[in-house]
Design a protein around this ligand. Sequence first.
Ligand SMILES: [Zn+2]
Ligand SMILES: [Zn+2]
Ligand SMILES: [Zn+2]
Length: 145
Amino acid sequence: MESGFAATLKGLNMKVTPKRIAILEILSKESIYLSPEEVWQMMRQRFKSIGLPTVYRNLEDLSNGGAITKVIHPDRKLYYFSCGNPGHHHHFVCISCRRVEDISFCGRDEIENEVNNTLKGKVLSHVLQVYGICNACINEKKGGI
Ligand SMILES: [Zn+2]
Ligand SMILES: [Zn+2]
Ligand SMILES: [Zn+2]
């Protein structure tokens, strides 16, 4: 599995380091997003003296390089998430159980049309993240009451 993460980093033109690989392993095991502090707690089991700033920096590098996804949560804190889907797609984030699911809807064409034709500009990139309550959480609530 390690070689897979190394290949992912190389494919993104990112330097392969043991800490980056460890972060990818930790995040890939979870189907929920994690806070930097949570990643740090898990990293400390492998890198005894690692500091929180190092984890912050590595998460930021991995996210800027496109290896992981940054979740900008409505609570205004930052979280990170990794999904194995390499294609262009977006995420549905459950703010109740922190599960993240893929959304195939993009709307890129509509956005580009709007920017090209109405604003007379040019799209370079876009960010779309959807927040809500997932199906499992909705059903849990129904059953619990
Ligand atoms: Zn949920
Ligand atoms: Zn995804
Ligand atoms: Zn898109």
